[in-house]
Design a protein around this ligand. Structure first.
Ligand code: TMP
Ligand code: ASP
Length: 236
């Protein structure tokens, strides 16, 4: 499959049309940003690593009954996916307090939450992707009640597959962000990417951060951490 026209350039990926109107090519860039693009850098080799890690997770999830946009990995930067209309919500699942929930609700970072939390954020950079509740999602017209139920159910299903799988690789799944889209027939598919850009992974013993927090918090060793995640995943 070949790229026809650039449709959209995001912060970390570029979307291209293909000769098949139901398929798109996602190109994974080395660019990384934080704070809605306020901080930017190029991390050599990040695109190919995120592509390999996302491929791994999309294949694992598909084997476990999650419907995703993933079709095929074409080369070291490009993934062929089914075309969807992205639902403008970031669906975040949290097992352990970190990042914004630690700041907002005062849970100490690293504390296991009494139960798994699912949150919706409205995808709008000009508003800073605000946390929204179900009423907000309805007045924004971002998704219907039935769709929100489905997003929550699918997000928890993804968590129930990934969390134990990662623990076997000595990785703690602290939290992660998912995006979903609608096909032209109205089917909801898991979309976007699943990578250290969009998840928090901690080493099981040392709790060392192996994800984008190394960039957000200027800790260094970003590519090495992503490499380590891929190494653990690909180990039998
Ligand atoms: P947060 O603690 O900053 O709200 O992040 C929660 C999870 O969502 C974490 O795994 C990182 C991921 N995330 C993204 O993928 N994109 C974003 O823009 C933000 C803010 C978080
Ligand atoms: N999505 C944020 C940005 O655009 C980055 C992040 O914190 O993951 O800058």
């Amino acid at each position: 499959m070949r790229k026809v026209a650039e449709l959209h350039e995001g912060k970390a990926k570029i979307i291209y049309s293909t000769p098949d109107e139901d398929q798109l090519i996602v190109y994974y860039k080395d660019d990384t940003t934080a704070g809605d693009g306020a901080k930017r850098a190029q991390i050599q080799g990040k695109g190919p690593l995120n592509l390999k890690i996302s491929t791994y997770f999309f294949e694992l999830l598909a084997e476990n009954g999650v419907k995703t946009h993933y079709l095929e990995t074409l080369n070291d930067r490009e993934m062929l996916v089914r075309k969807v209309e992205i639902i403008p919500l970031e669906v975040v699942v949290r097992n352990i307090a970190a990042g914004s929930i630690a700041k907002r609700l005062g849970f100490p970072e690293g504390e296991k939450l009494p139960r798994t939390v699912v949150e919706f954020y409205y995808k709008d950079d000009s508003l800073g992707d605000p946390l929204v509740n179900r009423h907000h999602v309805l007045v924004l017209g971002a998704a219907s009640c039935e769709e929100m139920d489905k997003l929550e159910e699918q997000a928890l299903l993804v968590n129930s597959i990934l969390e134990p799988h990662l623990l076997e690789k000595d990785l703690i799944l602290v939290d992660f962000k998912l995006e979903f889209g609608r096909t032209k027939d109205g089917e909801i598919l898991l979309a976007d990417e699943i990578s250290p850009d969009t998840c928090r992974f901690w080493d099981r013993q040392s709790r060392e951060k192996l994800d984008k927090d190394r960039f957000r918090r200027d800790m260094g060793g970003v590519a090495e951490a992503y490499e380590e995640v891929y190494r653990r995943l690909s180990e039998k």
